[in-house]
Design a binder for this molecule. Sequence first.
Ligand code: AMP
Ligand code: MG
Length: 450
Amino acid sequence: MSAAPVIPLTSVFADTFPEMATPWRAADPPDPRLLILNRPLAEELGLDPDWLETPAGVRFLTGTNLPEQAKPVAQGYAGHQFGGYSPRLGDGRALLLGELHGRDIHLKGSGRTPWARGGDGLAAVGPMLREYVISEAMHALGIPTTRSLAVVATGKSIVRENLAPGAVLTRVAASHLRVGSFQFARATGDADLLRRLADHAIARHHPHAGNALELFQAVVDAQAELIAKWMLTGFVHGVMNTDNMTISGETIDYGPCAFMDAFDPATVFSSIDETGRYAYGNQPTIAQWNLARLAESLLPLFDDDQEKAIALATEALGTFRTRYARATIAGMSAKLGLKTDNAPLAEDLLAHLAAEKADFTSFFRRLAAGDETGDWVDRWRAENPDTEAMNRVNPIYIPRNHLVEEALADGEVRHLLEAVTSPFDERPELARYAAPAPPDFGTYRTFCGT
Ligand code: AMP
Ligand code: MG
């Protein structure tokens, strides 16, 4: 038997921001069963993975066996959802257990909280395993993201389209501060709360920022870099509401997200995104729109003179496009194995891929392997590309939609995880994980009501 460990869980957020933190306890799962545990991440957090597999450890992972000093809370935040403002969103089915070595330990699917509105506070096994696989794939791809520590089946059925087995995801993040957290703080009218929240975000994520304006600039920069990485791997987040955009620059909330197969800027997977607001090609524009909402929230901290504050915010926001463009061009050069940036070559390629409806992921591996021909390829070859360097940045395995669906239907994600958590390292026995969806897979739709 492993002895009960000392877990130095802190409650910095809960203690510092009681205005935005509702003390709450996780629901007790009737029959908790560990479905998957991220052992390397556990070790990184100083948690003993063997202990986490014991009944007591599994109860820690569901928030029902916490160290005595823990103060789990549901966090309050606001947010623009599909452009419409909701003043009171918050953790309806989630809890912040506390911080471990400066990182948030958080639950999703742990029961209704006072922020639940009409929701049941629960989550199903399928979507939680899906978040686990996709977030760990994103991490392996070098894209900043929240991490997944474990998924525990609760033993309780939940009502979705049909009955579904319930689960709790244990998530790890640099923090859960979102654009919506600042919208919430601003809306209280409490200037001191807003300032304290900004200072907290600076200390935690952007320590080089000397004031709120520099904090805003740091978030603009982090998000421009993040969105460029999404675009370079064909990732479609699907629900870029302001409550789903972090201050740290990590990807958060894997709901209706999916990776694009055929290159098409209009790609949308989410069934409720009828206008294509969050389409692949719109993501940079939406990120900048969300950052404008952050600027509005922080405005009183920029300058006492409102006009001056607006001018400062506008100038900082305006840097998003250049920063994003620079990151994208540099990233495309890396994908093409070029030592110097060549924007026309990259732009012509994207037009070509769109016209051909080429598979965005496998194209770059095929190119490096010498399997592509044509006028554009001749122009590219004349630049003396480094094809080995290409294979270090162009993944061969991503969580393709048909593979994710297949793994979830089988209830077995381990093989897929093995492929996508070493995405650049070709293994012949994993060939089927590299192939695009079979033609009969059809149009992929994802759902928000997870
Ligand atoms: P999301 O789309 O996961 O970012 O969630 C948006 C908002 O809806 C957040 O305030 C969530 O806490 C809340 N929410 C989503 N699903 C549920 C649920 N099943 N029960 C309660 N609240 C939920
Ligand atoms: Mg969310």
